[in-house]
Ligand binder design. Structure first.
Ligand code: ZN
Length: 282
């Protein structure tokens, strides 16, 4: 499943290439699962809207939109958002119209520049929705938890200090931090030298500081590498990421720890695989 660095990579790529473009028309497939808003509402909001900006909010990709149906009182353009969650296998790709439409394409947006924006998702856990923003302001879509790249150390420690759950589960809890998933939770815990099953409340102040630093480091490195390409993940231009080559524990069960050579272990915590070094992590 794409996590924060992959979603950030896709959002940055889209922002670079489609910000300023206008959506001329929208085609939506017949499968109901990807549509979180009614198809007619999605089409109505998207068609003739200008893409102002594309950014990541938690694990969602948010397109900030403007259209010329100016509000009578304020004279400002109508504002709305297109909110995309990639789910397990979702892809948002910039394509030229002559490119063959891939199987499992659920949405095609024709852009004024002549290009298309396509949403492809074989497993259909991805979601598309639109949010209208009231003319009197309103910030639109918000993620449930704190943004990991912006959380200050005190804020970070406050999220976990009193949690009775394993620290791994707490890191995955999207109501605490938005966007951290299995890969980067395991990698951050390795850097902090903390075992995933430890109760969050048992971590010392120093361990939580190391975890905060480790999480920031791993997320930033992964964004730089274009994310981790696992399960078909590609960016908006169809390119794979390379951070999976730098994973220290995730997906390395039985392989020697890069620091101490002890075989990496895999355990199941709250239904998810967790990878750790039994020697380096306490
Ligand atoms: Zn080790």
């Amino acid at each position: 499943m794409p996590e924060l660095p992959e979603v950030e990579t896709v959002a940055r790529g889209l922002d670079k290439h489609v910000a300023g473009d206008t959506i001329e028309s929208v085609w939506l497939g017949s499968k109901p699962e990807p549509l979180r808003s009614p198809a007619s509402e999605i089409a109505r909001v998207l068609e003739h809207s200008r893409i102002v900006h594309v950014r990541r909010v938690g694990k969602h990709i948010v397109f900030d939109l403007e259209s010329d149906g100016r509000h009578a009182k304020t004279g400002s353009p109508d504002r709305a958002q297109w909110v995309v969650h990639l789910g397990m296998t979702g892809q948002l790709l910039i394509a030229s119209p002559e490119m063959e439409t891939a199987k499992h394409t659920h949405a095609v947006l024709k852009l004024a520049s002549g290009r298309e924006l396509r949403f492809i998702d074989p497993r259909r856990f991805g979601r598309l929705a639109v949010v209208r923003i009231a003319s009197d302001g309103g910030s639109g879509f918000a993620a449930p938890g704190d943004e990991p790249l912006e959380a200050e150390i005190d804020q970070f420690i406050g999220l976990f200090r009193h949690r009775k759950t394993p620290i791994k589960s707490a890191l995955l809890n999207q109501k605490l931090l938005s966007g951290v998933g299995n890969i980067y939770a395991d990698e951050a815990l390795f850097r902090a030298k903390v075992r995933p099953r430890r109760r969050a409340s048992s971590l010392t102040h120093a361990e939580l500081q190391k975890l905060h630093a480790g999480l920031l480091a791993v997320l930033r490195q992964a964004i730089k590498a274009g994310g981790s390409s696992i399960n078909d993940y590609v960016d908006a231009e169809g390119r794979a990421g390379f951070f999976q080559l730098k994973h220290k524990v995730y997906g390395r069960e039985g392989k020697p720890c890069f620091i101490c050579k002890t075989p990496i272990q895999r355990v199941i915590i709250a239904g998810r695989s967790s990878h750790y070094c039994p020697h380096c992590q306490k």
